[in-house]
Design a protein around this ligand. Structure first.
Ligand SMILES: NC(=O)c1ccc[n+]([C@@H]2O[C@H](COP(=O)([O-])OP(=O)(O)OC[C@H]3O[C@@H](n4cnc5c(N)ncnc54)[C@H](OP(=O)(O)O)[C@@H]3O)[C@@H](O)[C@H]2O)c1
Length: 342
């Protein structure tokens, strides 16, 4: 296993771990791009593109070289926008760590994608927008509603690697039982599963803790990616039901959740103060301390810069235990993805 410590100008260090199976570098933290092109939930508009490119550049230069996108990202006529922006930013980037870039997209298990060929065509569509696909992930498991559907799609995912269209494969929203079944199938095809991503944060520990998903991933040699690691923005401490809430569905959700979150925000705040860090940085570092790769979404350079302050240090066992204890005592936590399988 190759380890690389990248030292960057502003003192942030990023550690890369070469996965034992494939030559894909996975940094300790990545960056999510769901918001890039999404008007409905995230309030995106095209005037943000210049700043998003700066977000990209800043992250890569600091060693945050994993970018997560999806072929379903982008609302309405902006469908595919996240992949297009990422593709352009990657093409134009000439700075440090360019050779370590990992563009990870998620191919949707749409009901009309029924054959392995449809998955290969989906991958080719993503390559057209991104320029290349390093990690092709199945966006969700169909186990909860059409368990037969995903086998052909998983074969298509392996075909992408066999045909040299993707460097590796990953999964998303799979639980340990289904993961084991899929792992057996992929072993027969001789294609290792590089990563699995699930929702994971101090506000969402299912299925990692409750179903033992991290242990299963460790046993199978799969790296676990934590999506929505900031609880969609709740774990930054910037929202307040009396003063500021985001527009739309997030605002409605946050209005319900925020009043019960104060003990956790207080605990995060106390640790942040001792560490001279911010609440968001502590929340992200908790994911790293749990052995996962968080991929926080960032819509501005300021957010990206703050999130980069989550790497290069580690919470100690006592701080992690205290956060676990307070989080476990919360009445209400984040809603689960309906596609998450067991
Ligand atoms: N596989 C799946 O099914 C799945 C599902 C969801 C997400 N994902 C992936 O995971 C990525 C991350 O999750 P997410 O975007 O859902 O949620 P998140 O990372 O928990 O929260 C991201 C949002 O929090 C706010 N934020 C981020 N950094 C901040 C900072 N330092 N200070 C203040 N506010 C900050 C921004 O929104 P505001 O400024 O608007 O508050 C940002 O868009 C996604 O982009 C996507 O790539 C995958």
């Amino acid at each position: 296993m190759l380890q690389y410590m990248g030292q960057i100008n502003d003192g942030i260090s990023a550690q890369f771990v070469m996965t034992p199976t494939l030559a894909i570098d996975l940094p300790v933290m990545g960056c999510g791009t769901w918001a890039w092109g999404n008007r409905l939930l995230w309030g995106y508009d095209e005037t943000m593109d210049g700043e998003l490119q700066q977000v990209f550049n800043r992250c890569v230069a600091a060693g945050v070289t994993l970018f997560d996108t999806g072929d379903s990202y982008g609302t309405g006529r902006l469908n595919g926008r996240s992949e297009q922006l990422l593709g352009r930013f990657a093409r134009e980037y000439k700075g440090a760590n360019a050779d370590r870039l990992c563009l990870a997209t998620k191919l949707a298990a749409y009901p009309w994608r029924l054959t392995r060929g449809s998955m290969v065509r989906a991958g080719q569509g993503s390559i057209a927008r991104l320029g290349r696909v390093d990690l092709a992930q199945l966006h969700w498991s169909t186990a909860n509603y059409a368990p037969w559907q995903e086998w052909a799609l998983l074969d298509g995912l392996c075909d992408l690697v066999d045909r040299g269209l993707a460097r590796g494969v990953g999964l998303s929203n799979f639980g340990p039982d289904r993961l084991r079944q899929v792992h057996r199938k992929f072993q027969e095809r001789g294609v290792p599963i590089t990563t699995l991503q699930v929702q994971y944060s101090l506000l969402s520990t299912y299925p990692v803790t409750e179903l033992g998903l991290k242990e299963t991933c460790d046993e199978l040699g799969i790296r676990l990616i934590a999506y929505s690691p900031l609880g969609l923005g709740l774990l930054t401490g910037k929202y307040d039901p009396q003063k500021s809430l985001p527009k739309g569905i997030r605002g409605l959700l946050f209005r319900q959740l925020l009043p019960g979150l104060q003990p956790l925000l207080d605990c995060l705040g106390a640790i942040a103060q001792v560490r001279s860090k911010t609440i968001a940085q502590v929340a992200l570092n908790w994911c790293i301390a749990k052995g996962t790769i968080p991929i926080p979404g960032a819509k501005s350079v300021a957010q990206a810069a703050e999130n980069l302050g989550a790497i290069g240090w580690l919470l100690d066992a006592g701080e992690v235990a205290e956060l676990d204890r307070v989080a476990a005592g919360l009445d209400r936590v984040m809603v689960q993805n309906i596609f998450q399988s067991r």
